[in-house]
Design a protein around this ligand. Structure first.
Ligand SMILES: [Zn+2]
Ligand SMILES: [Zn+2]
Length: 117
């Protein structure tokens, strides 16, 4: 782990209002990441995924492990490798149950060994 990059990213996030990085009510993980990564650059970690988990589903401790299994080793990879949009336009979020880490109906879970197309 490179701590200098980490603390730089930390500073960057701290200068942003917390509200900006907070998930919207009932917003699902991929919609949240999609929205965040329009404004924020992926810092090569699962920072936003963890942020989402902490804010909406703190008991979903296996989430990081699950997205890494799907090839998501950082936030943008989660969006590229783990969740596949049905459409190019994935806004607004279809909404999920609070505490769920499932995607809303706008996304599919990409399963390894099971090509989407
Ligand atoms: Zn990334
Ligand atoms: Zn959604």
């Amino acid at each position: 782990m490179d701590s200098s990059i980490d603390s730089e990213a930390e500073d960057f996030v701290h200068t942003m209002a917390d509200a900006i990085t907070a998930p919207l009510p009932r917003e699902c993980l991929p919609c949240y990441l999609d929205r965040m990564l329009r404004d924020l650059q992926c810092d090569g970690s699962l920072r936003l995924t963890r942020n989402y988990r902490d804010a909406t589903a703190p008991r979903a401790t296996a989430l990081e492990h699950r997205v890494m299994n799907g090839g998501g080793y950082c936030d943008c990879e989660v969006l590229m490798n783990v969740f596949i949009p049905h459409d190019e336009h994935v806004m607004p979020c279809g909404g999920v149950r609070r505490g769920s880490t499932q995607p809303c109906s706008l996304w599919s879970r990409h399963r390894r060994g099971m090509p989407w197309f």
